[in-house]
Design a protein around this ligand. Structure first.
Ligand code: ASP
Length: 309
């Protein structure tokens, strides 16, 4: 059966079956990525264009590695020196790439909704690599794959997501995914960094008023960075030492969670702020670098399924 989608815009557009198909393929790639023969020809002859209008280390690198492992040719569109700086519109830039018959555009953009906008101009597969505070579907998928490897299931879990929820596309995409599998998501955010009540209701999450309440008997604790680059007028930068003291995760706090809890972070981490360095590097709990490994596998699965659909 062929995969039913052409673009990957968000978790919202995917069904539980779609997610299971992506994760099954990703689990296969996670295995081959650890073997000596990592490369396949699934995307031989295809061209993938990476367009990152916002900073990225993991996502951009892992999409490029993923495409190359599948034998696609990769163009890194350099947004800093592109004609958009000469006044060309986003739509014209995408139409120009469309006229080259490239097979996919992987797009990150600081504004929510712009990746979906790209589908108006580009006929190949459009893959959302993070749009503002909107969606980050491949992050939620790689988080799910990492959790599945440790917990053996995606169902019936308690997931605590703590930090700057308000500006987080990661929190939003994760909440949508876990809802499909009947796992409970709890959010904790410092005052001023929460979602509005209606968003919490739509996402079906449980808001908590302290980090301790959120992580109580949790199977998974996911920490988020304060997205300083997305703070709006009137929103204040929080003092890092105060943040760590009041809202940061450390070994002591983690004792409230289940004994076999795993600690996650989409990264980049601010060590000593939302998480202590000792915990981030503790192999008993932290799966943060495994998340990055699963990022390559999930992005291989997505490029494969969405381009070859
Ligand atoms: N890497 C994640 C993102 O792109 C999280 C972050 O930047 O804090 O949204």
């Amino acid at each position: 059966m062929s995969f039913p989608h052409h673009h990957l815009l968000g978790i919202k557009q995917l069904s539980r079956q779609d997610i299971e198909a992506i994760l099954e393929r990703a689990a296969h790639y996670a295995q081959t990525n650890r073997s000596p023969q990592k490369k396949t020809d699934r995307l031989a002859g295809k061209i993938v264009v990476n367009m990152f209008f916002e900073n990225s280390t993991r996502t951009r690198t892992s999409f490029e590695i993923a495409a190359k492992r599948l034998s696609a040719d990769v163009i890194n569109f350099n947004t800093a020196v592109s004609s958009m700086n000469k006044g060309e519109t986003f739509g014209d830039t995408l139409s120009m790439i469309n006229s080259t018959h490239a097979d996919a555009c992987v797009i990150r953009h600081p504004q929510a909704g712009m990746v979906e906008e790209a589908t108006r101009y580009f006929q190949g597969a459009v893959i959302n690599a993070g749009d503002g505070a909107g969606a980050h579907p491949t992050q939620a998928l790689l988080d799910a794959l990492t959790v599945q490897r440790h917990k053996g299931t995606l169902e019936g879990l308690t997931i605590a997501i703590c930090g700057d929820i308000k500006h987080s596309r990661v929190a939003r995409s994760n909440a949508l995914l876990w809802k499909l599998f009947g796992s409970q998501v709890r959010f904790f955010a410092p005052e001023g960094f929460t979602f509005p009540e209606e968003t919490n209701k739509d996402l079906g999450i449980i808001p908590c008023s302290t980090i301790d309440e959120a992580i109580d008997k949790a199977d998974v604790v996911m920490m988020l960075r304060v997205q300083n680059e997305r703070l709006e007028q009137g929103e204040t930068h929080l003092d890092p030492a105060m943040y760590n003291e009041s809202y940061g995760l450390n070994h002591d706090r983690l004792r409230r969670a289940k004994k076999d809890v795993i600690v996650m972070h989409p990264a980049p981490m601010n060590r000593g702020v939302e998480i202590t360095s000792a915990l981030a590097d503790d192999p008993q709990y932290s799966v943060i670098f495994e998340q990055m490994e699963m990022g390559v596998a999930v992005r291989m699965a997505c490029l494969d399924l969405f381009i070859n659909n």
